[in-house]
Design a protein around this ligand. Structure first.
Ligand SMILES: [Zn+2]
Length: 276
């Protein structure tokens, strides 16, 4: 068994076949957490999770790229896609209501994204401050509901570590650095603070995280897909939760363990963190 700790079957890429994709995964003993990136996709993640008695969970939150209007470019495997982000304000009460569902196991994805450029003429420093302000509000929500956080961080690890450090002094914040892109030093700092580190198909595209995977304990690693993006080898096209097994296989190779151990321990890690 495996748990894809970060999927987006709640996104439009699956609007015609979400149920098929989910069943394919569940039939292969792979569970998933569909993660929201704004209110509409958070709501959708909850609705989807409520349709399945077991194995499908949700996270709700607002991703930093949705705090401003802009163009977001990303790749679905070889194909580059572009979409315009809508500007949304974080409404604490509305997200709290969504998080009332028993299927919601985390607040996420939340964090900092300095790679994304807003379209509006907001100064970068101001946009950074705004990201931090909204991030802190969402941490408050996580604390109030005693939920872990799913953290997104792109070219902003120093600021994220600096922001989290005082937070964990008086509260035992739990969570994961999803789609980890930092250095070994960053990973060590997050682990010291009690966080898990999430890896996905990105580790097939670049080998700069191989050493990190080798060096950090398997007890601190989560596997994920971030589907529909970042399809792991040997698959091509749209990613899906089922393909998380390829990432688990790659981690098995890098850490010189056996596959059963990797799946057992990473599943245990996810169950412990998300209390599922
Ligand atoms: Zn994501």
């Amino acid at each position: 068994m495996l748990i894809d700790t970060h999927s987006h079957v709640n996104f439009n890429a699956y609007k015609n076949d979400a149920d098929e994709v989910i069943r394919r995964s569940l039939n292969n003993n792979i569970w998933m957490i569909n993660v929201g990136s704004q209110y509409s996709t958070s709501k959708k993640a909850v609705e989807i999770a409520e349709e399945y008695p077991e194995g499908v969970y949700a996270a709700v939150g607002i991703h930093p790229i949705h705090l401003s209007r802009g163009i977001f470019k990303t790749k679905i495997d070889a194909e580059e896609i572009e979409f315009e982000t809508r500007e949304e304000e974080f409404d604490y009460k509305k997200y709290k209501e969504l998080a009332g569902s028993k299927k919601v196991v985390a607040i996420g994805e939340i964090g900092f994204d300095y790679w994304y450029r807003p379209k509006t003429k907001v100064k970068l420093a101001e946009f950074k401050n705004y990201q931090k302000e909204v991030f802190l509000k969402q941490l408050e929500l996580a604390k109030e509901l005693n939920l872990p956080v799913i953290l997104h961080c792109r070219v902003a690890h120093n600021d994220l570590i600096e922001t989290l450090t005082p937070q964990i002094k008086n509260y035992k914040l739990r969570g994961v650095l999803h789609c980890f892109t930092g250095t070994l030093e960053d990973a060590k700092k997050y682990i010291e603070m009690g966080f898990y580190i999430g890896f996905n198909g990105l580790i097939f595209k670049l080998n700069q995280w191989d050493e990190i995977i080798k060096k950090i304990p398997i007890e601190k690693i989560l596997v994920e897909t971030d589907c529909p993006y970042l399809t792991p080898k040997p698959m091509v096209g749209r990613n899906e939760p089922l393909y998380v097994k390829y990432t688990a296989e790659r981690i098995t190779e890098l850490k010189n363990l056996n596959y059963d151990e990797v799946s057992k321990i990473t599943t245990q890690n996810a169950k412990e963190l998300f209390k599922i």
